[in-house]
Design a protein around this ligand. Structure first.
Ligand code: PXP
Length: 241
């Protein structure tokens, strides 16, 4: 059965929107509630600029997550040291640019073969499984197998963003082809980025993907589905002043 790993970064985005002094909403609490809802894993991206998730979140999540903790990170010395200390169940290596709003493209495993190979070796040395976040591209998938990654996460962002039906169909077929190739090369296959309550329906009947990694759409929906109760609770407090 295909699993769901829930990314809690944007709970931290809401917290950080008010600066460092506010302690809510806490991504650690969100992770526990996501697990109550049936999440098969919790994903979190500790970025170099600490724009949302903080070191404290990652260390606490390691202590509290009951399913699996997946740490997304850039392949830098600082992050490799943190991963070796935290020991997540899986590290997903992603490209990271300071100016980007979110992770923009997959890793260029072909060009960065030597440096990424070193990171994969370091993580394996710490007994941490490694996934590489790559575009649905055959060369990148083959390079991921050659480098010794355990799995790939196929970038679904371009497919999700595409508007024209023909373009969407073509990009979806790139994803399923990439997943099929990865499976043939004995790589585990995850997929994620930009998936929402509509785009996920395209994957009906696709059995080559082990797990979807989804954050923004779930956090967005939670904000709206929880709005009514949140307003009622505040209104009751005010009425009872
Ligand atoms: N996978 C990777 C590698 C990501 O960087 C992100 C965004 O943090 C996601 C999945 C989740 O994307 P979204 O928040 O759009 O669901």
């Amino acid at each position: 059965m295909t699993g769901l790993a829930v990314n809690v970064d944007h709970i931290a985005t809401l917290r950080q929107a008010r600066g460092g002094g506010i302690r809510y909403p806490d991504p650690v609490h969100a992770a526990a509630i996501a697990e109550l809802g049936g999440a098969d894993g919790i994903v979190t991206h500790l970025r170099e600029d600490r724009r949302h998730i903080q070191d404290r979140d990652v260390y606490l999540l390691r202590k509290t997550v009951l399913s699996r903790l997946i740490l997304e990170m850039a392949a830098t010395d600082e992050m490799l040291a943190i991963a070796a200390d935290v020991r997540p169940d899986l590290v997903t290596l992603v490209p990271e640019k300071r100016q980007e709003l979110t992770t923009e493209g997959g890793l260029d495993v072909c060009s960065l073969f030597d440096s990424l190979g070193g990171a994969v070796e370091t993580l394996h040395g710490a007994h941490i499984a490694v996934s590489l976040f790559v575009d649905p591209d055959a060369d990148q998938i083959r390079a991921s197998a050659d480098i010794g990654a355990d799995m790939v996460e196929i970038h679904t962002g371009a497919f999700c963003d595409a508007q024209a039906p023909s373009e969407k169909k073509r990009l979806f077929s790139d994803i399923t082809e990439a997943a099929r190739l990865a499976g043939q090369l004995e790589l585990g296959v995850n997929a994620g980025h930009g998936l929402c309550y509509n785009t996920i329906k395209y994957f009906a009947g696709i059995r080559t993907i082990n797990e979807f990694s989804i954050g923004h759409s779930i956090v967005s929906r939670a904000a709206l589905t929880g709005m009514e109760q949140a307003v009622r609770e505040m209104r009751d407090l005010i009425r009872n002043l």
